[in-house]
Design a protein around this ligand. Sequence first.
Ligand code: PCA
Length: 210
Amino acid sequence: MPGVLLTGFEPFAGDATNPSGDAVRLVAERWGEPEPLATAVLPVSFDTAAAQLRQLIATHDPDVVICTGLAGGRSGISVERVAVNLIDARIPDNAGDQPVDTRSVADGPAAWFSTLPVKAIAAAVAGSGIPCTLSLSAGTYVCNHVFAHAVDAVRPGARARFIHVPWAAGQAPHGEPELPIDDIARALVIAVRTALDVHQDTATPGGTLH
Ligand code: PCA
């Protein structure tokens, strides 16, 4: 039976909450699928988040790893296609570190593609009525860093990817787009189910012109 590791993040940048961590806690409470699910809420710290994620992967040896984080200002769920091997922190992390122009994985390649079926996942989430698109940049902050470590750390044959979520309803700064936290949690369950069930991504066009 394939196992799943699903992570979110603690609040950062002075926010009171982080919908990614809240949604992951909801998924853990409601999980009814047969596959074993391990969950964690990671600190927003370059060093600690990557170390904890690598420890979780070593402990649970998951077949599917899905890490999630907040992308405030985006209007829907975004399935990240690429992790770049670049840290350029615009703000300090929760430990006060602000590394600039360094690599996430010292001896790693310039970038990694998600190893999960991103188009099938985006289509399944959008098909359930929750706005969801593909994204070509997970940024250069802690989320992208954790994505890079996830793809680098899983054993051969295991698959990893990153999903950014928008603000949860009632928590968004004035005028920012938001989704109900239940929809965010539901989207993560659909993403996990699709990742487990689909091994060959759909070949439909999904790129951007610019
Ligand atoms: N979002 C930040 C870090 C933690 C989070 O939830 C990011 O996108 O890098």
